[in-house]
Design a protein around this ligand. Structure first.
Ligand code: SF4
Ligand SMILES: [Zn+2]
Length: 136
């Protein structure tokens, strides 16, 4: 299940305010040890924040389903690339690149890929909008 972070939280790195305009330094315990255990940004069981809004169970389930579907598409696309290349990478194999029909969206030769010769990592991207794209 995805984490129940506040909807206004987009990280603290090099940021002073969250998306709802709350200054992180105003939160209880900010800068002290244990702050991250009680920070309301990370869930409804933390300290109180008036602007906090957490996703509902339904929204979390929806996100989880979207994520799973995205992973499944990538898994299928990767499998098709590996099969197109004659099987899993082996040390000494030359690098390769090309295009194949995309098993995720059915696009004709829309899935462009490359597989590195030195470690077998695959980079791929489908030209169909919102379809798969990943780098290893
Ligand atoms: S809990 Fe409060 S400070 Fe944290 S992201 Fe949500 S609104 Fe901003
Ligand atoms: Zn596609």
């Amino acid at each position: 299940m995805s984490r129940q972070w506040c909807k206004h939280y987009r990280g603290m790195h090099e940021k002073e305010w969250c998306e709802a305009g709350v200054a992180f330094k105003e939160l209880p315990g900010f800068g002290f040890q244990g702050f991250f255990d009680t920070c309301p940004c990370f869930g409804p069981n933390g300290s109180k924040c008036d602007k906090a809004e957490y996703p509902t169970q339904e929204e979390m389930a929806e996100r989880e389903a979207e994520r799973n579907s995205r992973f499944e598409k990538i898994r299928k696309a990767r499998e098709a690339i590996v099969s197109h290349l004659g099987g899993p990478w082996r040390r000494g194999a030359p690098g390769a690149n090309g295009r194949i029909d995309c098993p995720a969206c059915g696009g004709k030769a829309s899935l462009a890929f490359s597989r590195a010769g030195y470690n077998g990592h695959i980079h791929a991207s489908c030209t169909t909008e919102n379809c798969v794209s990943w780098m290893e």
